[in-house]
Design a protein around this ligand. Structure first.
Ligand SMILES: NC(=O)c1ccc[n+]([C@@H]2O[C@H](COP(=O)([O-])OP(=O)(O)OC[C@H]3O[C@@H](n4cnc5c(N)ncnc54)[C@H](O)[C@@H]3O)[C@@H](O)[C@H]2O)c1
Length: 425
C-alpha cells in the first residue's frame, strides 16, 4: 500500500521505517525542514536501536518531504504521528493533530486517516465531525495507537503484543489490519473510543506499577527490607508477573508523565476524580526528589558540593530527555547550591540543563565529585571501572538511582553505596 506518515519524530520514523520493511511504499512528512533535510541526506535525527539500518535497507520504499501534497499523492492510509504535548492544564495539546486534520484536502477516492498520536478519548469522534463538516466523508478514520517503547521501538513494532484498531467503519479497520500483514500478533478490533482508552489505560497501568514498587521500596527503606528481593518474590506470582517492578527514581519520558496527566484531566473534565492516578503521579514527583534527601543525609548541606549525574536520558537506549528525572534532579541540586556535572552516552543535555557542566565521559563527570548519582541505567555504567572512578572522586559516595550495581562490589572499592529501597544492603 501507499502510506503517508505525518510526523518524523520517534513514532513517525519508526512507524514509517517498519511499514516500509513490511513492503509498503512510505512517504514521511514533517514540517521541520532541518529534520527532513537531514533524513534526505541519510542522517537519522534520533537515537533508536536498529532504526538507521532499517531506514537504509528500505531506502527504495521510503521518501521524506515537507510537502503535504507530495505525501498524500496516491496514499491509501495517512498516519498521524505528530506530538501531543501537555498544556499547562495537563490536557493534551492537539494543535498539531488539528493542523493535519484541517489541512487534509478532498480526496477523489477513499483514504483512511489513522491516528498513532496518543489523544484523549473522544478525539476520534471530534475528528469525524470535523471531516464531515468539510464534506470529507470519503476519508475514513481509525484509531491505531502505538505501544512501542523508546530504546526498543523497532523490535516492539515488528513484534507487538497486540495491534489495536478502533474504527467507525469496519472496511477502514480492514485496510489498517491488512497493512500489518506479516506481523504475528493478536488484533483487537473495537470502537474508536475504546481504542483510544486502551492506549491511555495501558500507560496508566504501567505507571501505577512503577509508583507501587517505588512506594514499596520506600517502605523497605524504613523497615529494613530489600526491594529487589521483594520484587522477585512478588513477581513470581503468576497473577502479578515480574515486569515493571524495578524500583528507582521515578518514571519520565515523553509518554508516561503526559499520558497519565492527560487521563487524569480527561477524567476530571468528565466529572470523575481519578484518585488512584492522582496518587501515582504525586508519588512519582516525590520519588524524583528523594535522591536529594539521600545526598543531604550523607553530605549535609549541598551548597558548593560537586555532584555527578550519570545518565540524562529518561531511560537507556534513547537520547530523549523529555520529562527525564535528570531534569528535576539537576534543577533541585542547582537550587540547593550544588555544582553539577553530568554525562550521558547519547543525550546531549546542553540545551536543557542550564548551569550544568556536560562531561565527555563518566570518569570525567565524577572527577573531584562529592557524590555520584546513577540516573539512567546505561550498560556503560555497569562496565565502568569503579575502582578508577572512586579514585578520581573527592568523596566515594554513590547513589544508585536504578539499583543497577552490586552493593558489595562497590563497597569493596571503598564506596558508601545507597540504592533505592535497599535498607538491608
Ligand atoms: N515517543 C514514543 O515512544 C511514543 C510511543 C507511543 C505513542 N507516542 C505518541 O506519538 C505521538 C508522537 O510522539 P513522538 O515522540 O514521535 O513526538 P516527536 O515530538 O518526536 O515528533 C513529532 C513530530 O511531528 C512533527 N509535526 C508537527 N506538526 C506536524 C504537521 N502538521 N505535519 C507533519 N509533522 C508535524 C514535529 O515537527 C515532530 O517532528 C505523541 O502523541 C506521543 O504521545 C509516542
Amino acid at each position: 500500500m501507499r502510506i503517508a506518515v505525518f510526523g518524523a519524530g520517534y513514532v513517525g520514523l519508526v512507524t514509517g521505517a517498519c511499514l516500509a520493511e513490511l513492503g509498503h511504499d512510505v512517504v514521511i512528512r514533517d514540517i521541520a525542514t532541518e529534520k527532513i533535510d537531514a533524513l534526505q541526506r541519510g542522517e537519522v535525527p534520533i537515537h533508536e536501536e536498529g532504526l538507521r539500518e532499517l531506514l537504509e535497507r528500505n531506502r527504495a520504499r521510503l521518501r521524506f518531504t515537507t510537502e503535504m501534497e507530495e505525501a498524500l499523492e496516491g496514499a491509501d492510509v495517512v498516519y498521524v504521528a505528530v506530538g501531543t504535548p501537555p498544556l499547562h492544564s495537563g490536557d493534551a495539546d492537539l494543535t498539531a493533530v488539528w493542523t493535519v486534520v484541517d489541512e487534509l484536502p478532498r480526496a477523489d477516492r477513499r483514504i483512511v486517516l489513522a491516528m498513532k498520536s496518543t489523544v484523549p478519548v473522544g478525539t476520534g469522534r471530534t475528528v469525524r465531525h470535523r471531516l464531515d463538516e468539510r464534506g470529507l466523508e470519503n476519508v475514513g478514520y481509525v484509531s491505531n495507537p502505538e505501544f512501542t517503547a523508546e530504546g526498543t521501538a523497532v523490535h516492539d513494532f515488528m513484534h507487538p503484543d497486540r495491534i489495536v484498531i478502533g474504527a467507525f467503519d469496519s472496511a477502514d479497520a480492514d485496510v489498517v489490519e491488512q497493512l500489518h500483514a506479516g506481523l504475528d500478533a493478536p488484533v483487537i478490533r473495537s470502537d474508536v473510543a475504546s481504542a483510544e482508552m486502551i492506549k491511555l489505560a495501558a500507560n496508566a497501568a504501567l505507571v501505577t506499577r512503577i509508583s507501587f514498587i517505588n512506594e514499596i521500596a520506600n517502605v523497605c527503606e524504613a523497615t529494613g527490607a530489600d526491594v529487589l528481593t521483594v520484587a522477585e518474590g512478588i513477581g513470581l506470582d503468576h497473577r502479578i508477573g515480574p515486569s515493571f517492578l524495578r524500583a528507582g527514581i521515578g518514571f519520565g519520558g515523553s509518554c508516561f508523565p503526559k499520558d497519565s496527566l492527560a487521563l487524569k484531566q480527561l477524567a476530571a473534565n468528565s466529572g470523575y476524580n481519578f484518585q488512584l492516578l492522582n496518587a501515582v503521579i504525586e508519588v512519582n514527583e516525590l520519588q524524583k526528589r528523594r535522591v536529594i534527601g539521600k545526598l543531604e543525609r550523607r553530605l549535609g548541606s549541598l551548597r558548593g558540593k560537586k555532584i555527578a549525574l550519570l545518565g540524562l536520558a529518561f531511560k537507556p537506549g534513547t537520547d530523549d530527555m523529555r520529562e527525564a528525572p535528570s531534569l528535576v534532579l539537576a534543577g533541585r541540586l542547582r537550587a540547593e547550591g550544588a555544582e553539577v556535572r553530568a554525562w550521558d552516552p547519547v543525550a546531549d543535555g546542553a540545551a536543557e540543563l542550564d548551569g550544568v557542566e556536560i562531561a565527555g565521559s563518566a570518569i570525567e563527570a565524577v572527577e573531584g565529585a562529592d557524590a555520584a548519582v546513577i540516573v539512567t541505567e546505561w550498560p556503560e555504567l555497569r562496565e565502568l571501572d569503579w575502582a578508577e572512578a572512586g579514585g578520581r572522586m573527592r568523596n566515594r559516595l554513590l547513589i544508585d538511582g536504578r539499583n543497577m550495581l552490586d552493593p558489595e562490589t562497590l563497597r569493596a572499592h571503598g564506596f558508601a553505596y545507597e540504592g533505592i529501597g535497599r535498607a538491608g544492603q
